[in-house]
Design a protein around this ligand. Sequence first.
Ligand code: AMP
Ligand code: GLY
Length: 418
Amino acid sequence: MRILVVGGGGREHALVWKLAQSPLAEEVYCAPGNAGIAQEATCVPVAADDIKALLEFAQKMAIDLTVVGPEAPLVAGIADAFAGAGLKIFGPTQAAAAIEGSKVWAKELMAKYGIPTARFAVFDALEPAQEYIRQQKAPLVVKADGLAAGKGVIVAREEREALEAAEAMLGRGIFGAAGRRIVVEECLQGEEVSVLALTDGEAVVSLLPARDHKRAFDGDQGPNTGGMGAYAPVSFVEPETLAVIEERILKPAIRALAAEGRPYRGVLYAGLMLTADGPKVLEFNCRFGDPEAQPLLMLLSEDLLPLMLEVVEGNLRPRSLNWYPGAAACVVLASGGYPGSYETGKPICGLEAVPPEVKVFHAGTAWRGGQVVTSGGRVLGVTARAGDLSAALAKAYEACEIISFAGKHYRKDIGGRS
Ligand code: AMP
Ligand code: GLY
């Protein structure tokens, strides 16, 4: 089979790496890819959101399966365009991707179908939003409705921060159309966990629970990022809790989407808070998590490609997936300044010295003058699997010290290590 992976980050490198191992895969392409992906697949210089050019490429190259990494092309309707042209694509339609593309729509869906989530209210005008914020007690969470490149959620400890966030979104329009409506919701307390599930719109097959580390600095300090590291499985998620997540959240969400006439095929990502009242949804995403995909795909011991085909063809067999024993962890090496402004083009050294049992997934890298250089905020995802989490972390952290580039920064406490 000829496979096309859409995207160019660490998640897409992990997808390419895993799919290329399938005996069914003859050729793997990636658009646009990055310097690491280029060593394992044929990179195509087409942007991940250029749906027209991606479709032309897939038709010209007779691609058998396209796998979409990021949310933006899904929310823009890439799955509809490909399916309309008779091409197989892994990822939900535009209508179903609204579960990530519109936080207002997702919250209203959860409310309508009784899926546990934080109490909330929706506003499109500043004054009522401010009034509500003053009535409710801080902490509160203020969220832009649409996609805002991971910056649209403000966890406000103080009333003043919540008022400022509402003013920035509804008053000053800092997110443009994405922030024309906002959700103001209760701030949930507890441990955060991500549970992803493959689904063909009916059957739901969960992956192992994973944990992301969103804040930029150790001890969960600093601004939110796309994710500074992740590991799986998460030992504090008991099998009973996982069953509750499947029965009260994932399956009802898939049924709700179908009942709304928006059947969902692909991977559904539930970002959850394990509260004293049980698991509650923080957000749904319509794709694999980045960096959660890196440890999850490293732990998956079976072929991903037939699973994806079952999803796309609508005949996913309910089952438990096969996993390697132990745990996997991914530590993200970021550019100095990320998630704020940062410089790019810094030469990356030491990649060849990393031991073969550690996999360095590239995120923001490019080739320049025969050298791998930094080209994004999150640069590399250093990922290792071992008999237990601390051994996986030890391997990954050892490799993090071998790799160098100007401004490199990373969290030292992924997986609770301090
Ligand atoms: P998102 O950008 O939607 O992934 O949200 C970013 C982060 O904001 C989440 O991973 C949580 O850490 C936090 N968050 C979102 N909603 C809530 C909430 N209702 N209560 C507490 N934290 C939240
Ligand atoms: N790591 C969080 C996300 O992919 O949304």
